[in-house]
Structure formats: structure tokens, C-alpha cells
Design a protein. Structure first.
Length: 501
């Protein structure tokens, strides 16, 4: 006879946290959201080799995680997993772009040669919208630097016809410049001391490398939690599949990827086990997560196969129709609770701590706090990030409101059939995801800060200062349908309704 779980499966909306004692030191400024990403032997006193400063990762999806979003999220302290449903070359190039990105160091996109005319200069400025122009020998971004010209250097109506850039630019001999290798803080100092608006950075041969602008120089102060590797490059992840990993993994490692995850709708499979074992045998330094699973058996299987972290969630994603199409899945809260228990048992037995990630189905900000309290070390979000300026999709107006496009990896639009690979030659025959819009919400920085602020305040209400303390001490209650209704404004006529995220 089939096995029946005794309890129905629940989702985050059905739970609340009960406050604990809040001591005088339990204030938002003292809360740390630092969290482990990959397995480590905690009992032996090892430290986790990869941690995040906030428990947020972005989904392995075309409509969510490209290099632009990856930089924006790493600035805040989290990790993007760049989508794998693209060629190996393109994915590796995205990873390489994140690793090459230097906050505050801009590759100049508006460049001119000294013998060009001011009329040409004005038309160039109109095209790019940038009024600080690097003058280089060949007019290229990395050409030999000869000067800088800005709109303040000339008055076009007062200039002779055919006037040349060289006559009006600030020439190299009068420019304050710096050599490549300096830090943003050092560049900042030079900018302030010399009262200049931009600082060109050149290589040993005098070729232009970057411009640092006064307005960007404060980037680090604005992003105190930014997630950097030992060489001060942004940390980035990438999704892989169970088919071409022997070619994809080395390309991603070469590009500098820090962590990868097998991206699949269902990970309790021989294919994931083989991929984990093959990858770890060939590249022992590679960090590879696996999933998704929704119960203790799935967790144990992937833990023993060597997964560095394990993702939880089947059918809960906002664009997901897996449950309707195939009848598999489980309420996200119940799945997280059971997998967290299995993770704790595994740790007791082996001393090895395997971080777990609650993936999909986060609708409100407080769902993140609940997922953490239930034992998740971090969450993975698609819809949430798809709404921001930095996501790769189009911003449109639909029915008078700004929206962004958001589609599932299992939709006809993404056609990521490898994600649903169950072996054999036959391709995928039906969709497991939809193509949709999400309300446009503005910048990642502003939205994430609000979400984090809510999490931190809730943690103070619960009397805890860290995620492990929350996991240990949280008191969680299941709600009746009537108490769920009681939870939002009721029996009043709301004037300016505030929509909770
Ligand atoms: P969301 O944050 O609720 O939008 O869920 C995002 C998660 O949904 C991803 O991280 C994936 O695990 C999952 N997902 C992505 N595309 C699909 C799909 O087409 N069908 C089912 N699940 C998907």
C-alpha cells in the first residue's frame, strides 16, 4: 500500500512566529544575517568556505539571473545563479563579466580622437548621454589617453567652425590621473583632495583603463555587505544540468565561478548523483548544490552523493504548473521543515553541516523569515527579483501599469527541457511553467533593503540576533483559516491601502 503522510502539507502563509523576549542588546543594528552556503565539517571546528552576508540567492532563470542582476545582488551581500539554459560560451561570458566588474571603475563608453571636431563631440554626447568624454589616440575606450573633455570646457555657439577637440580638452599634462591597481577608497581620496569630478585610471603604458567618477566613489560605503572573493571580485554562481556538465563546469570554473547548482525541478535522481560524483572527482575544488527535493529521503540521497547544499521545493514557484501537470510536489513550509530535520540528523551523525535553500513560493517578505526559522539557511527567489530594474527582461506598460516580463524555465518561451531531464533520449513533451508579467517594483537595492529591514525587526521581536539563533529558538504556530483572515486589515474601510510584500 502507498505511504500516506500523516499531516497535510502546508505553505508559509499558514504560519506565524510568536515573539520571544527582546533584551536590551537585541536591536536591529546588532543583527547579522550571515549564513553558510556550502557544506563543512562543523564538528571538527572547520569554518564554512563560502558564506553570504544576506540569505538571498536569485533563481537560475533566463528572466531573472544574468550578469547585471548578479552584480547588483553581490553588492548587497547575496549570490545570483546565472541561468544555464544558454550556450556554455554565453554563460561563461556572463560569469567572466561579473568577475571582471570593478565597482566604481567604469569603462568609458564615450571616447573621441583629438583631431575630431566639437560638432562630432556634441553628436557623440547626444548618442551616449554621457558628457565626460575620454580623448584617446585611437578614439577607443582603452586607447592611449591624451586628455578629457567635458561640457564645461567649451561653449559650442562660441567656437569657430571646425574647432577641434584638442583645442578645448584638458590635456594629459594637466590631468590628475592614477595607475591601475589602486582601490576605490584610494581613488576617492585623490578625487576629494584634487577637487575633481573624475579620475582616469591608466595602465603602465598610459592606456586608459577606467574612469572613476566622484558620484560612484562612495559605492563601498553604500554597500557595506558586498560579497567579495579573496581578490575583491564579486562572488557569483551558475546553474548547470545533468547532461553537458563535463563541458560546462570547466568553462564556468575557468571564467571564475564561485559556486554552481544542478538546476532541476526534481533532484532525487540517479542523474544528479552521477553528476555530483563526476564533478567532484574531476574538480575537487568545485562547489555544487543539488535539488530540488521535498522530503528527508531526497535530502539524504543528495547529501550522500556529495551535494554542497540542497535546494527544497517542487511546484511552489509562482510561474510553476508542475503540480497541475504532473501531480508531484509538496507545500513549501512542510517540505522545508522536514528537510531541515533531516539535515540536523545528518549533522548529528556525521558532523557535516549541509546548508539548505528554500526555493520558490516566497510571496511576502515575512515568508523569508519563516523559511529561515523553519531551518533554511537561505532562500532562492525568482518572482521577487524579476520585478526590479536589474532583471534582464523588458519593462512594459500593461493596463496602465508598469510590469516586467517573467517566465518559467519550463515554459515554451524558455524551453529549458534539460531541467526536467529524467534520462533517455526522449525530449520534454509538455510545459511545467508559464509566461507572465510581474508588477515593476524599482531598484533591487531599495526593495531588498526594505525586505531585510523587516526580517531584522522580526528577528528582534523573536529575541535573536543571528540566523542560527532564529533556527534554534523560533516559536512557530500554524494558523486556522479564521486566524489567517484576522491577519490583515478587516472590518474597516481602508483609505490608502498599504500592500504588504
Ligand atoms: P518564485 O520565486 O516563486 O517565482 O519561484 C522561482 C523558482 O521556481 C525557481 O527557483 C525554480 O525552482 C522554479 N521554477 C523556475 N521555472 C519553473 C518552471 O517553469 N516550472 C516550475 N518551476 C519553475
Amino acid at each position: 500500500m502507498a505511504y500516506f503522510f500523516e499531516e497535510p502539507s502546508h505553505t508559509f502563509d499558514e504560519y506565524l512566529l510568536i515573539p520571544g523576549y527582546t533584551g536590551p542588546d537585541c536591536i536591529p543594528a546588532n543583527v547579522s544575517l550571515k549564513t553558510p552556503v556550502v557544506r563543512y565539517n562543523k564538528k571538527k571546528g572547520e569554518t564554512c568556505p563560502l558564506t553570504m552576508n544576506i540569505p538571498f540567492t536569485s533563481a537560475v532563470m533566463q528572466s531573472v539571473s544574468d550578469d547585471k542582476l548578479a552584480v547588483a545582488l553581490a553588492k548587497e551581500g547575496g549570490i545570483s545563479f546565472i541561468y544555464g539554459s544558454q550556450t556554455i560560451e554565453n554563460q561563461a561570458a556572463m560569469v567572466a563579466r561579473v568577475k571582471a566588474y570593478k565597482a566604481g571603475f567604469v569603462t568609458s563608453d564615450t571616447n573621441i580622437r583629438p583631431e575630431q571636431t566639437l560638432v562630432e563631440l556634441v553628436s557623440l554626447i547626444e548618442q551616449t548621454g554621457h558628457s565626460t568624454v575620454a580623448v584617446t589616440e585611437n578614439g577607443e575606450a582603452n586607447g592611449k589617453l591624451l586628455g578629457i573633455i567635458t561640457e564645461r570646457d567649451y561653449r559650442i555657439n562660441h567656437c569657430a567652425e571646425g574647432a577641434k577637440v584638442s583645442e578645448y580638452m584638458t590635456a594629459l599634462k594637466d590631468l590628475v590621473k592614477a595607475e591601475d591597481g589602486i582601490t576605490l577608497e584610494e581613488a576617492n581620496e585623490i578625487i576629494w583632495k584634487n577637487k575633481i569630478n573624475q579620475l582616469p585610471i591608466v595602465d603602465k603604458n598610459g592606456n586608459l583603463m577606467y574612469l572613476v567618477f566622484r558620484k560612484d566613489a562612495a559605492s563601498h560605503t553604500e554597500h557595506p555587505l558586498e560579497l567579495l572573493d579573496a581578490e575583491k571580485r564579486y562572488i557569483v554562481g551558475a546553474g548547470i544540468n545533468t547532461r553537458d556538465y563535463m563541458e560546462r563546469v570547466p568553462a564556468l570554473l575557468k571564467a571564475g565561478v564561485d559556486v554552481m547548482t544542478l538546476d532541476s525541478s526534481e533532484g532525487f535522481t540517479e542523474w544528479q548523483k552521477r553528476a555530483l560524483q563526476d564533478i567532484h572527482a574531476k574538480w575537487p575544488e568545485a562547489k555544487v548544490g543539488a535539488g530540488n527535493v521535498v522530503d528527508a529521503d531526497g535530502f539524504r540521497f543528495l547529501a550522500e552523493a556529495g551535494a554542497d547544499f540542497i535546494k527544497i521545493g517542487i511546484g511552489g514557484g509562482s510561474i510553476c504548473i508542475t503540480r497541475e501537470q504532473k501531480g508531484i510536489g509538496r507545500g513549501q513550509a512542510t517540505a522545508t521543515i522536514e528537510v531541515a530535520k533531516a539535515r540536523d540528523e545528518y549533522y548529528k551523525e556525521t558532523g557535516i553541516y549541509i546548508p539548505i535553500c528554500s526555493d520558490g513560493g516566497i510571496v511576502h517578505d515575512h515568508h523569508v523569515t519563516l523559511a529561515l526559522a523553519m531551518g533554511a539557511d537561505f532562500v532562492m527567489l525568482g518572482r521577487y527579483f524579476a520585478r526590479f530594474d536589474e532583471s534582464p527582461t523588458n519593462k512594459l506598460i500593461v493596463n496602465g501599469s508598469y510590469v516586467k516580463e517573467y517566465w518559467g524555465e519550463g515554459s515554451n518561451r524558455a524551453r529549458n527541457w534539460q531541467r526536467y531531464d529524467l534520462g533517455g533520449k526522449k525530449g520534454m513533451a509538455f510545459e511545467e511553467g508559464v509566461d507572465s508579467y510581474v508588477p515593476y517594483a524599482g531598484s533591487l537595492h531599495d526593495n531588498l533593503n526594505t525586505t531585510i529591514s523587516k526580517i531584522i525587526h522580526t528577528m528582534c521581536n523573536c529575541g535573536v540576533l543571528t540566523i542560527p539563533e532564529l533556527q534554534q529558538n523560533a516559536k512557530i504556530t500554524l494558523l486556522s483559516p479564521a486566524s489567517i483572515r484576522e491577519g490583515s486589515a478587516h472590518d474597516v474601510i481602508v483609505k490608502n491601502s498599504i500592500k504588504a510584500n
